[in-house]
Design a protein around this ligand. Structure first.
Ligand code: FES
Length: 137
């Protein structure tokens, strides 16, 4: 059991590393290249992918839990997709489902910083990949 990291303000919750410690944006950028995706402890302690840009991270994070039966979905850099090892579902680089049996795209969260530390907040508006209301609300 890893205790969740402390919550930040404004509905944002700090991201935690494998040990649950906060992660600064500065250290993240130093340790990653453009288009790298790596898991952090996110909302409710669940594993979310942050996506690197050349000098920042994208403004959304992806819950890594497959919408079929809940396996954690690895990122395949070679395929530029998330490929679920359990039953073969695939998601594009933005987490939109492109092959079943998964019925839905990966859940989104907003990325932000709280005093320099990476944080996530709930995504409650339309899913920009499908233009429908989020199923995870
Ligand atoms: Fe991912 Fe079944 S749990 S395809």
């Amino acid at each position: 059991f890893v205790p969740p990291v402390a919550s930040g303000g404004g509905g944002a919750q700090l991201c935690g590393d494998l040990d649950g410690n906060p992660v600064t944006l500065e250290s993240w950028v130093k340790g990653h290249k453009d288009n790298d995706r790596e898991l952090v402890q996110g909302l409710k302690g669940e594993p979310y992918y942050l996506i690197s840009t050349p000098d920042n991270i994208k403004d959304f994070a992806l819950l890594s839990v497959c919408t079929h039966l809940g396996c954690v979905v690895p990122w395949s850099k070679a395929a530029n997709k998330f490929c679920c090892p359990c039953h073969g579902s695939q998601y594009d680089e933005n987490g939109k489902v492109v092959r079943g049996p998964a019925p839905l795209s990966l859940a989104l969260a907003h990325t932000t910083t709280v005093k320099g530390n990476l944080a996530l907040s709930p995504w409650t508006e339309q899913d920009f990949r499908t233009n429908v209301d989020p199923w995870w609300k």
